[in-house]
Design a protein around this ligand. Structure first.
Ligand SMILES: C[S@@+](CC[C@H](N)C(=O)[O-])C[C@H]1O[C@@H](n2cnc3c(N)ncnc32)[C@H](O)[C@@H]1O
Length: 93
């Protein structure tokens, strides 16, 4: 099934205020927003994307970008949010 990311340009333009920044996408899905974020940030920027869905993980594997990391995780508790924060620290370059 085709997937069209919601308010793609608008949301990403609103989000990015620092081209060298570290961004997170907590609902990677099929990666529409993540792809555009990676196109917009600089080579010093970084994107960590998360999703609970194994199919999303398969899409994440196809993102071949040194400034990107996908982690399959279910964000439902403070514990998982803490894990996400630690992972972000580990992946920051
Ligand atoms: C509408 S899709 C996101 C679309 C995405 N922005 C894109 O551009 O393709 C929503 C995604 O959120 C994920 N999701 C929903 N609740 C979640 C949770 N608690 N933890 C992790 N992922 C979650 C789902 O697995 C689904 O892939």
């Amino acid at each position: 099934m085709l997937h069209f990311p919601v308010l793609l340009e608008e949301s990403v333009d609103f989000l990015i205020n620092e081209l060298d920044g570290h961004y997170i996408d907590c609902t990677f899905g099929r990666g529409g927003h993540s792809k555009l974020i990676l196109e917009k940030i600089s080579s010093k920027g970084y994107l960590s994307s998360f999703d609970k869905d194994p199919e999303a993980y398969e899409f994440g594997l196809n993102f071949n970008n040194d400034n990107f990391k996908f982690v399959m995780i279910h964000l439902k508790t403070w514990t998982s949010i803490l894990k996400m924060t630690v992972l972000m620290e580990l992946f920051t370059i």
